[in-house]
Design a protein around this ligand. Structure first.
Ligand code: SF4
Ligand code: SF4
Length: 360
């Protein structure tokens, strides 16, 4: 039986947050006490303030740190590899509130690109992962335009340093293939990971960064990331396969039928990305319209500050950066990385005519 702790909190200052984390860590007290180094792995996708719900909230991470201190004297380090802006890591740490938090608690921050990457099973990862006896995976609950949701399995993809993430997109342009590979990447570290999910302020709509913050008030914890992701997906009222990394785990034989989760009262909902909405069509129309129903990114030139983050993140060089930045539709594989990394909200989503007609 795989177990998942789920609970609700009114806000980050609700005492329920600390007691929830404490009750989870108390089950792992021995491991935590013995650990020499613990890596805290929040979601630091980009330089955004906590209230946008794009990154793990610093008050949630602070609660984790405070409770951890009760169980262990081990060295704590904190790190992630942001999207295309990994070169400006300090800016990301400052904006997300992690710089102040780490200074206050005397925690060293690590940049995943700071040392030469390591390789295992043909996959590149940051050496910080190997230095840690335990990785505390502190994910953010968000929708994701490519993988459906980004929860605990997906959060570990931040251990892929810098531009190597673009290589994954290039090698696996299909959303499912990419998600399957993200699961395979995650499974290299699985035994050393304790997972927590910050869904108090979540992110819905065109996530993981261009949607809207939403107060869901949920927290989840488990030593099994796939079980946690599955339980949360169900709680959101979605089919468990909507989270494509879960589908990746099932493809490798993971059984979701024996997951036991505490269930907070009621069913929660979340707005899903426009790219993931499916048309309801009679069978005879499906093949005719399938190529005509699509969502393509485009650059809003009035908002574009020509920072080139989208260019760096594009796995197929589909973005021209002449006088004006433009996406070449025939090259674009609709991975939405440009949409994800643009910090100026200058990448829009253009829906085809039939998408507008059939997809609500
Ligand atoms: S579209 Fe966004 S990410 Fe790309 S150059 Fe313009 S501002 Fe930068
Ligand atoms: S233009 Fe944007 S959506 Fe298209 S392939 Fe490049 S990064 Fe992906």
């Amino acid at each position: 039986m795989k177990t998942v702790k789920l609970d609700i909190a009114k806000g980050y200052d609700d005492p329920a947050v600390v007691s929830f984390i404490d009750s989870f860590f108390s089950r792992h007290a021995g491991r935590l006490e013995e650990a020499g180094t613990i890596l805290l792995k929040p979601n630091l996708l980009l330089a955004a303030p906590p209230e946008r719900g794009i990154t793990t909230h610093p008050l949630f991470v602070e609660a984790v740190i405070n409770v951890l201190r009760k169980y262990t004297k081990s060295e704590l380090i904190l790190g992630d590899s942001p999207g295309a802006n990994f070169g400006k890591y300090e800016t990301v740490l400052n904006k997300t509130g992690m710089a102040d938090l780490c200074a206050k608690h005397r925690i060293k921050t690590v940049r995943m690109e700071a040392s030469a990457p390591k390789m295992k099973n043909g996959r590149v990862y940051a050496p910080a992962a190997d230095k840690a006896d335990i990785i505390i995976n502190i994910a953010k609950l968000k929708t994701h335009s490519l993988t459906g949701l980004t929860l605990c399995v997906k959060n570990m993809f931040g251990l892929v340093p810098g531009n190597a993430k673009v290589g994954y997109h290039r090698a696996h342009p299909n959303d499912r293939e990419l998600a399957y590979n993200i699961y395979d990447f995650f499974s290299m570290f699985e035994g050393r990971v304790l997972n927590l999910l910050d869904g108090i302020i979540a992110h819905e709509g065109d996530g993981p960064s261009r949607g809207k913050p939403v107060h869901l008030g949920i927290m989840a914890a488990s030593d099994d990331a796939v079980a946690l992701d599955t339980a949360v997906t169900r709680l959101l009222g979605l089919d468990e396969d909507f989270c494509l990394t879960t589908l990746g785990a099932k493809r490798k034989g993971y059984d979701t039928s024996d997951i036991k989760a505490d269930k907070p009262d009621g069913q929660l909902g979340i707005k899903i990305p426009v790219s993931k909405r499916v048309p309801i069509l009679p069978d005879f129309l499906k093949s005719w319209v399938s190529d005509r129903i699509f969502v393509k990114p485009f650059i809003i030139s009035e908002k574009c500050i020509k920072c080139r983050l989208c260019v760096k993140s594009c796995p197929v060089d589909a973005i021209r950066s002449d006088d004006e930045f433009l996406i070449e539709p025939e090259k674009c594989i609709e991975c939405f990385c440009c949409h994800e990394v643009c910090e100026s909200d200058a990448v829009g989503m253009r829906r085809s005519f039939l998408h507008k007609v059939f997809v609500r």
